[in-house]
Ligand binder design. Structure first.
Ligand code: CO
Length: 178
């Protein structure tokens, strides 16, 4: 299947709040989805993109923590087996929250079980930035968003920007109905 064309799903679109469902077929359709997600991630200059961010309630995410082609990773049905290491604070952004950045505390390392797009099971440990990207993208599969992870002070700081996203979403929906 050819690469699918996707648009970014932006907060507060309801699919971002839903728990994504496991992928059960490692077929041509899945390959097309992943290709489309990788293309949109690159085009958006993001380091990660999860299924719900393209309107898909599927447990899929793509990532590239360095921008080097060899560091591109696709995780299907990922499961974080363990989080280890010190809690670290780092400023995170999210393609579904354009222009909003906030400090988020997460454990430094994690061990993940996932399946490749070809259906091969992997178990791997990640540290530092890649581990952070995985934990952020995994949150998306559970319907957990940047706005849930930010401090109360950051939420207040971004109050107007968040309200604007809600307003934009309402306007777009109203237009679509007409
Ligand atoms: Co995100």
């Amino acid at each position: 299947m050819d690469e699918l064309q996707y648009d970014l799903t932006v907060y507060p679109t309801p699919v971002l709040r839903q728990v994504a469902e496991p992928v059960d077929a490692f077929d041509e359709e899945l390959k097309g989805i992943v290709k489309g997600m990788l293309a949109l991630m690159h085009q958006s200059e993001g380091v990660g993109l999860a299924g719900p961010q393209v309107g898909l309630k599927r447990r899929i995410f793509v990532m590239n923590a360095t921008g080097k082609p060899e560091d591109e990773i696709t995780m299907i049905n990922p499961r974080i087996l363990e989080k280890q290491g010190e809690a670290t604070v780092f400023e995170e952004g999210c393609l579904s929250f354009p222009g909003i950045y906030a400090e988020v505390e997460r454990p430094d390392s994690c061990t993940v079980e996932y399946w490749t797009v070809a259906g091969e099971r992997r178990e791997e440990g990640f540290t530092g930035f890649p581990s952070r990207v995985i934990q952020h993208e995994y949150d998306h599969l559970e319907g957990v968003l940047l706005v849930d992870r930010m401090s109360r002070a950051d939420k207040l700081r971004h109050k107007n920007a968040l309200a604007e996203l809600v307003e934009d979403y309402r306007n777009k929906k109203a237009k679509a109905v007409k």
